[in-house]
Design a protein around this ligand. Structure first.
Ligand code: CP3
Length: 349
């Protein structure tokens, strides 16, 4: 966080300014929809090796910025680097997604340790440092981590799940045992993000992709509380650090999350009605979102109309244009270029 950050629109919005043309970046902006990404991906054996090879991860981070001139680069890595660095076996199976050796009890937790953590995440921090030195002056560098609840979900389920019932069962049946897992993840996430900021990340985002599946009291305990602790620890070291929270699917809990975690800005999923966000959420602070990724796949008037509606409502306050979830692999590359042009062309309503 050096130089004159006020000049970067994205950082101005994160401090509460409303801009006539919103800054734009996209979750999963690096990925399989880009031909140059697919070519690069061939050069690493496994996906985690890809994330942990700075020469490749730097290139993947820069590809979408180079192609579309987005306002931010997001570090190319994955939220499952953290369980790997804690000693859990993590692999990515082609066409299936992540596979982890599941942790279903307090006893299984003993397999995790911070002993090799710093060494195992060092390549990611190296990637951040190299990207920071290569990015155009006007482009913001965003670091990230998964929030503890979402990372724990993959660790307990052993991969992607339809309903995430095993992690809920663990949390409901043995809250103290589950708290031990969450506490470890809070500590690991703080160390991981502090390292990213030290290496040059100017903003961090916490991805809580499965925040939306918990009842209220569990949401407070496993989503809001760990996030609040991470934000407080980061601010103790970097008082001005902007943190974006993305509690996907949080519905009526979005507002409590925004007010109680201390995040600087809120990432909205596509189901959040933009017409009411102005009042209920943007009164608390800046928001980011929330075009449906399938609207980007479809393009044309479906995309144009959705962009107009989002800009018309959210553009009246501090706002960062993004999707409501990550770019899908089947997304036509031209649609992304059209989206960027559209958001930058159209005046706020
Ligand atoms: O946004 C970016 O461009 C930065 C990189 C990034 C990736 N994953 C790269 C990736 C980020 C920020 C993530 C976050 C992530 N990873 C989340 C949170 C956001 C979300 O999507 O809900 C989650 C839940 C994961 C875990 C994960 N990683 C899954 C479930 C999968 C398999 C699904 C898939 O799309 O294949 C991954 C793999 C992954 N992470 C890929 C990429 C580009 C695709 C793997 C490949 O290229 O072979």
């Amino acid at each position: 966080m050096t130089g004159a950050p006020e000049a970067k629109g994205l950082l101005r919005v994160l401090r509460g300014e409303t801009l006539p043309v919103p800054p734009i970046w996209l979750m999963r902006q690096a990925g399989r929809y880009l031909p140059e990404y697919r070519a690069l991906r061939q050069r690493a054996s496994g996906f985690l090796d890809f994330c942990r090879t700075p020469a490749l991860a730097v290139e993947a981070t820069l590809q979408p910025v180079r192609r579309f001139g987005l306002d931010a680069a997001i570090l190319f890595s994955d939220i499952l680097v953290v369980p790997f660095a804690l000693g859990q076996e993590v692999s990515f199976v082609e066409g299936e997604g992540p596979v982890l050796e599941p942790i279903r009890s307090a006893t299984a937790l003993r397999r995790l340790s911070m002993d090799d953590f710093a060494e195992r995440v060092a390549p990611v921090h190296e990637t951040v440092a190299r990207v920071a030195s290569l990015l155009p002056e006007k482009t913001v560098l965003i670091g990230f981590a998964g929030a503890p609840w979402t990372v724990a979900s993959y660790m307990v389920e052993g991969g992607t799940s339809r309903d995430f019932n095993a992690v809920k069962a663990f949390a409901f049946a043995d809250p103290d045992g589950f708290a031990a897992l969450i506490d470890r993840l809070v500590d690991a996430t703080i160390a991981y993000l502090v390292g990213q900021v030290a290496a040059g990340a100017e903003v961090v985002q916490l991805f809580d992709s499965w925040a939306g599946i918990l009842p209220e009291s569990a949401f407070r305990r496993w989503v809001i509380e760990p996030t609040r602790r991470i934000v407080a620890a980061l601010r103790a070291q970097y008082p001005q650090l902007p943190v974006i929270g993305f509690p996907r699917g949080a519905g009526l809990m979005y507002r409590a999350y925004f007010r109680e975690t201390g995040v600087s800005a809120l990432g909205l999923d596509s189901t959040v009605p933009v017409t009411i966000v102005r009042k209920t959420l943007q009164s608390v602070g800046p928001v980011q979102g929330n075009l449906d990724p399938v609207q980007l796949v479809v393009g044309g008037t479906a995309m144009d109309d959705a962009v107009t509606a989002i800009r018309g409502s959210l553009g009246q306050g501090p706002f960062i244009f993004n999707l409501g979830h990550g770019v899908l692999p089947e997304t036509p590359v031209e649609h992304v270029a059209e989206l960027v042009a559209l958001v930058r062309r159209e005046a706020a309503a």
